[in-house]
Design a protein around this ligand. Structure first.
Ligand code: AMP
Length: 314
């Protein structure tokens, strides 16, 4: 049976459905999780549909999370959206359900779950959820369309990243037909606070770049605290170095309170996810995340990135 139909059958079979997503949610994680929740709530109003996880302050304008009790997991169907590996699933109780489904668009390095729908050709998990809805004639309400649209524009950088396909645009066009506040959403996703603007200035001022266009910047806790910023706020400036035409590939190393560094890696052409995997991370070929547990490891990752570009085949 077709994978999506199998998922639909499982959804019909269970009275309680709990939908998870990854830690440190971005608009696609939240959009796919909450979009699926509201889609299912609309079509199966008699079921209990819950979405647990950390209420990320910078995204509460888009959605709020549910409070989920341990007892809700008894005999429940659990669906995890947009999360490649179990270590990154927000709320470890995902294991406590009766049946586990993974829906994701990252490389399937950690093939967890009883049923897996992984489509690395999809721009975003929100695109997959919207495709699921349209394929099975499950109509949406305006809010669901807005959540899924936000997820797609978040993960495609407003249709600029290469993962944007004709299908992405087709699905986005269908979502755009719903009368949610499109202008408000576009403004919200295209603006940032003054401290973040200053952080962007810092990134451009302090960017280190080699002769092959491999760039990096280190954002210390001191810098973030001085500007009243959090780790989550750095999402707004991750793409900034890539706007420089000479930059091919870049890393943003964000010092954490625990003194280790969260590493955000991006590339225009050369795949970087193998470097990410070597350093407690993973992700897409051109957009990955990792961790560095010392300043030496920060330097080592930068050297490995430099090596990648130096030795790339033309
Ligand atoms: P970010 O820089 O956090 O926006 O992450 C870029 C991509 O890498 C996303 O698709 C994440 O899912 C993935 N990613 C980030 N951090 C990790 C990690 N520690 N392990 C695996 N994948 C990650």
């Amino acid at each position: 049976m077709d994978l999506q139909l199998q998922i639909l059958h499982k959804i019909k079979e269970y009275d309680t459905i709990i939908i998870h997503r990854h830690m440190r949610p971005d608009p696609d994680a939240l959009g796919s999780q909450m979009g699926l929740k509201h889609l299912l709530q609309r079509h199966f109003p008699q079921k209990t549909i819950l979405a647990p996880g950390y209420d990320e302050p910078s995204l509460t304008w888009l959605a709020h999370m549910d409070t989920v009790e341990d007892s809700n997991y008894e005999g429940a169907l659990v669906i995890v959206c947009d999360t490649a590996n179990t270590a990154r699933i927000d709320d470890k109780r995902y294991e406590k359900g009766d049946f586990l489904i993974k829906i994701d668009h990252h490389p399937n390095d950690d093939a967890y779950g009883d049923l897996l729908w992984v489509d690395t050709n999809a721009s975003s998990t929100s695109e997959m959820i919207a495709h699921f809805a349209f394929t099975h004639d499950l109509d949406l309400d305006d809010y669901t369309a807005k959540l899924l649209y936000a997820g797609i524009i978040g993960d495609t950088g407003r249709f600029l990243y290469p993962a944007t396909t004709a299908k992405t645009l087709e699905i986005a066009s269908k979502l755009r037909n719903y009368p949610f506040d499109f202008a408000g959403l576009a403004r919200k996703m295209d603006s940032f606070s003054f401290p973040i603007a200053k952080l962007q200035g810092y990134v451009y001022d302090h960017l280190e770049m080699d002769e092959n266009g491999v760039a990096r910047v280190i954002l210390t806790q001191e810098l973030l605290k001085e500007n009243g910023l959090t780790d989550a706020d750095t999402a707004a400036i991750v793409s900034a170095p890539g706007k420089i035409d000479q930059v091919e590939l870049w890393g943003i190393f964000v010092e954490q309170e625990s003194a280790h560094y969260r590493v955000r890696l991006r590339s225009k052409f050369v795949p970087i996810n193998e470097v990410a995997k070597k350093h407690d991370g993973g992700g897409h070929p051109l957009a990955s995340g990792a961790n560095a547990y010392s300043k030496e490891e920060v330097d080592q990752i930068y050297q490995e990135l430099q090596y990648l570009v130096k030795n790339k085949e033309n």
